[in-house]
Design a protein around this ligand. Sequence first.
Ligand code: PMP
Length: 359
Amino acid sequence: MKDYFRPDLAGKQPSEINVPVRKHMLCLNESCLDPYQAIKADFLQRMESIRLNRYLSPVTEELHTRLAAYAGLDKARIVWGNGADDLLYHIFLAVRWDDNAFAVSLAPSYFDYKTFCGMVGLKIRFVDLQEDLSFDTREYLRLASDPDCRLAILCNPNNPTGNLFSPEQLSLIVETLPDKLVLIDETYHEFSGATFASELDLHPNLILIRSFSKAFSGAGLRFGYALSREENIHSLRKVLTTFHTSILNQAFALTILENSTLFQAHVRDVISMRDSMQGRLQELPGVRVFPSHTNFLTFSVGDDTAALFEHLKDHEVAVRDVRAHPLLRDCLRLTIGCEEDNRAFMSALETFLTNRQQA
Ligand code: PMP
C-alpha cells in the first residue's frame, strides 16, 4: 500500500502510554490532588463568563497577566502551550534547520526528548551521566559546539534521576554556547526551589520550560509555558497555530493561579513526604535511594528489582521501570502520592524485603 507520509516515520511507533493501571498510580509523577475537586466552585464561576462558541475570550489576557506576575517576567517573554511536552515539540520544530540538525541532551534524562525530536526529524545526541549523576562539562560542550547542533537541553532537576546540577556548571554551558539555544527544562523546579529565571536577563540564548502538571497538579489539564527573551518567544510563536490552546485550558490554568497558595501548600506536603520516605527507604536492608529534588524517588533493591516491580503491581501499586539506561540498570522510580498511596507502597515493599530475607 502507498505510504503517503514522511519516509522517516515508517520505522517509528505512535506515542503510547505504556504503564499498568493500578489503584495506587505512582508511575507518572502526577499529583494525587485533583485540582477540579479542589477549586471547582471558582472554576465553574469562571466558566459562566466564557463563551465556548467564540474563538476569543478575555480569559487569555487575564491569564497572561497572572502568569507574568507569577513568573516575575514581562508578558512578551512568556508563551504557553498544551503542557511542557507541547512546547518542547514546537521548540524542536523551530530549531530543526535541516536534515543534519541535532540536539544534545544528557542520558538518562526525560525520555520524550528523543521521541519528540524523532517526530520532527531533529537528531539527538547524548552525554551520559556519571555514577555520581554529574556530567563532564567538556564532553557536553564538545558535542554541543558542533555547527549542526542547534539546541542544548538540560533537565534541572533531572528526570528520572531526581538530582540538580550545579548552577555554576549550567551557567558555564549557557555562557560558552552563545550561538546555541540552551533549553533548561524546569518541569520539577517548584520541588527544588532552584530556577534559572534570574539568568534570563544575562543570556539571550536561554529558554526555560515549565509545567502545570506537577506542582500545580494539572497533568490532565495540559498546560505548560516557556520563558525566554522577547525575540525568542516571538520566534517560537511562529510555529504555533493561532488558537493553540483551548479556552478551557486557559480558564482552568487561570483558576489554578488564582488559588496558587493551595497548590503551594500541597508542594510543601509532597516535599516533606518525599524526605521522610527517602529516610525510611535508606534504612531498609539492601535498598539504595537517590536524593531527590522532585516529586519522585528513584531507588533500587539490587538484582531483584524486576521481581519487586511485579510484586508491587500485584499489590495494586504502579511505579515506573527506569532500568533502560545502564546507570539505572536496577532502578525503579516512585512518585510521591498521598499518604494512603505511600503507605500501600511501603507496606508492599516491606513484605517483599521480608520474603526475600526468608528465602
Ligand atoms: N519535562 C519533564 C522533565 C517531565 O518529566 C515531563 C512530564 N513527566 C514533561 C516535561 C512534560 O510535562 P507536561 O505534562 O507539562 O507535558
